[in-house]
Design a binder for this molecule. Sequence first.
Ligand code: IPE
Ligand code: IPE
Ligand code: MG
Length: 230
Amino acid sequence: MKKLSKLPRHIGIILDGNGRWAKKRGLERLSGHEEGAKAIGRLLSCAKKYNIEAVSVFAFSTENWKRSKQEVDGIFEILKNLINEKGNSFVEGGFVLRVMGDVSRLDQELQSLIKNLIERTKTNSGVVFNVGLNYGGRAEIVRAANLALEKNIEKLTEESFENLLYTSGLPPLDFVIRTSGEMRLSNFMLWQAAYSELYFPKFFWPSFNERKFVKCLIEYSKRNRRFGNV
Ligand code: IPE
Ligand code: IPE
Ligand code: MG
């Protein structure tokens, strides 16, 4: 595609608007999360087709525990079903699963499904799919600082600090997309987004499709990344 003169290596997506998507249709919030999970499948196909190296998504934040137990349990149920139903094709598609966040607070069944899929995909060489689960950018930075203390590292550099983050080894986060029109990061990848291009399309996450993905890529390819230079 001619318009795509440059592509992001690593895209971060704040998957937002599941609830409003459902409300607009007179449905329960959980139906929005179910459709949102299907949209993740479309996202992965797009990432593969357009040769994106890594995609990081915000699926559940450290703040999302404030929601009703019914909604929180429902979201995790949907994630379990997603892994059970799509896990094999994820492995066969060459994807690599990574998770960022404190998964120890998730239920045992989900933890072992995740652990198992990470294990099965670790020798794959395709798109890295990095999922934020019980993830917060501030918690990630504090965790990295604590790791440095535990390792008795006396002096950190930006490079050595980055190696203590969940994203260690991934390409720089070039592009952050938040759907649903909200214009905030809500604690997503605070360190990594320092120089990311930001984009806030209006559509709700469940309506994501290839056409919208291409629109995002076109938007990115128009950006002039100066990194402080002229
Ligand atoms: C994003 O959709 C998914 C999660 C936070 C898990 P929301 O559930 O935040 O949807 P809105 O913002 O209420 O529309
Ligand atoms: C951010 O969305 C977290 C995820 C997408 C997982 P929220 O919908 O929770 O964020 P706020 O509350 O609008 O900032
Ligand atoms: Mg929201």
